[in-house]
Design a protein around this ligand. Structure first.
Ligand code: BES
Ligand code: MN
Ligand code: ZN
Length: 496
């Protein structure tokens, strides 16, 4: 999808369809008023019929409005004028895009972005519009036999803005387009089934990203992991016929000596639970257990696309979690790369096992900051639902920075406690720690487990179990938290 920005008057911007807002009780927006006078009151006449009352998200398509250069005008309800906030804006934009995508048109001019909201700024509106436009044209069914039958004709949207700062609006659009591209990659990888998206497939994806963009890719195999002493990661991988892969993808956009920002993504390409096998219902959704990895790849793509002046390293421990005759068993004790021993009391708590070795491995980069991203616990979904990712960090400053990145990108995270008081739940009689902490505070004890391996650098953990994909009729990957992570990086660029 192509976007351009204009600051112009509604009657002059010709497009296959011009989209304008109508507030509740049939109140035309400012641009609507303009169009109304050009059309000699035609729009007022239509509104007087009562067919469009301005209810939030309602639409009415008009053809051949007198004296208007665009052959179609789409009226979109914005709800009550004094309650027009960011959420209402999103509802209206999505309704508009959905109506536009049903038409046989290639371009449209969207005036909704010139409406002022009560709580969000212009940049937010533009970014959300770009992301929504991509999201609506996203095709999850790429493996359907009729997938090639192209369904969307809309290719170009002109976004009309009220203020004069075209330059900053253009930067917003290019940032948002890179985010959308990263999200699409993350969604595609997430939606692929486990029989296609294996650890080796993820490694190939990283290699192919390094061919398309100036990224550097390195893949470690089982042998390398054995040499490094990654006993926790290897324990997870030993029950599967698919070999594990350890992926390192670098964006060297900063100075040679700039400490890197390291993003670690959980890459379990299918989580059956292992010997502690999961119940059958909805087990297919455990193909999404590599969404942390996918979001790291998507964010690296966005960083490369935007040529961010930062050094960013993506690290992905990738494995399946399956129960064959060689599989790790409850009670088995393994030694992590850090030298700490772990009693694997539940083989379904495998995410922390692959992550702990990755988190030890990244020490060698002397990172400025490490953020790990993982579909780590069902408990996080119980705690926060699907609107916020769980955020853990012992640094108030880093937690605030990530929270802010989530708010501006509308890809929110909510901070959870990481108090030492929870650590005792991980005690084991036989090893340095167990890999589970009981039912109470399950997302917190998982984070506490990771915290034991991250003492040497500034670290945060995002539990994206509730945000990475949707279940039910809209089942599919969301591409989150690519927007949050990219905004975090953008924030670091402007800090420099
Ligand atoms: N990948 C799952 C977490 C998960 C479960 C995410 C359901 C989204 C929906 C993870 O590997 C897991 O199985 N965690 C266990 C941990 C438990 C055994 C301590 C869980 O959450 O049940
Ligand atoms: Mn599991
Ligand atoms: Zn898992």
């Amino acid at each position: 999808m192509e976007f351009n920005i204009k600051n112009t008057t509604a009657d002059k911007q010709r497009a296959a369809c011009t989209v304008i807002g109508v507030y509740e009780s049939a109140q035309l927006s400012a641009t609507g008023e303009l169009l109304d006078s050009t059309s000699l009151g035609y729009l007022s006449e239509i509104l007087a019929t009562g067919d469009m009352q301005g209810k939030i998200g309602s639409t009415l398509l008009l053809h051949k409005v007198p004296l208007i250069t665009s052959p179609r005008v789409l009226l979109v309800g914005l709800g009550k004028a004094d309650e027009f906030n960011g959420k209402a804006f999103l509802t209206a934009v999505n309704a508009a895009l959905s109506a536009l995508n049903k038409l046989n048109i290639s371009n449209a001019a969207l005036y909704l972005t010139s409406e002022i909201t009560t709580d969000q700024n212009q940049a937010w509106q533009l970014e959300q519009t770009v992301i929504a436009a991509h999201a609506q044209q996203y095709q999850p069914g790429k493996l359907k036999s009729n997938a090639h039958e192209k369904t969307h004709t809309l290719k170009k949207i002109t976004l009309i803005i009220s203020d004069k700062s075209l330059k900053s609006a253009e930067i917003t659009i290019s940032n948002a387009s890179a985010i959308a591209k990263g999200m699409t990659l993350a969604q595609d990888l997430g939606n692929l089934p486990g029989n296609i998206c294996t650890p080796s497939y993820l490694a190939e994806q990283a290699k192919s990203l390094a061919k398309t963009y100036p990224l550097k890719c390195e893949i470690l195999d089982r042998k390398d992991m054995e040499k490094l002493g990654m006993g926790a990661l290897l324990a997870v991988a030993q029950g599967s016929a698919e070999p594990p892969k350890f992926i390192i993808l670098r964006h060297n956009g900063g100075n040679k000596n700039d400490q890197p920002i390291v993003l670690v993504g959980k890459g379990i390409t299918f989580d059956s639970g292992g010997i502690s096998i999961k119940p059958g219902a909805e087990m297919d959704e455990m193909k999404y257990d590599m969404c942390g990895a996918a979001s790291v790849l998507g964010t690296l793509l966005a960083a490369a696309e935007l040529k961010l002046a930062l050094n960013v390293i993506g690290v992905i421990p990738a494995s399946e979690n399956l129960p064959d005759g060689m599989a790790v068993k409850p009670g088995d004790i393994v030694k992590s790369m850090a030298g700490l021993t772990i009693e694997i009391l539940n083989t379904d708590a495998e995410g922390r096992l692959v992550l702990c070795d990755a988190l030890t491995y990244v020490e060698r980069f002397e990172p400025e900051v490490v953020i790990d991203v993982a579909t780590l616990t069902g408990a996080c979904v119980i705690a926060l639902g699907q609107h916020a990712s769980g955020l853990y960090s012992s640094s108030d400053e880093l937690a605030a920075e990530i929270t802010a990145a989530g708010t501006t990108s509308h890809d929110r995270a909510w901070r959870m406690p990481l108090w030492d008081d929870y650590q005792a739940q991980l005690d084991s009689n036989f090893a340095d720690m167990g890999n589970i902490g009981g039912r109470a505070g399950g997302s917190i004890t998982a984070a506490c487990f990771l915290a034991r391996f991250t003492k040497k650098y500034n670290w945060a953990h995002l539990d994206i179990a509730g945000t990475a994909w949707k279940s039910g009729k809209d089942k599919g990957s969301t591409g989150r938290p690519v927007p949050l992570l990219t905004h975090f990086l953008l924030g670091r660029v402007s800090k420099k």
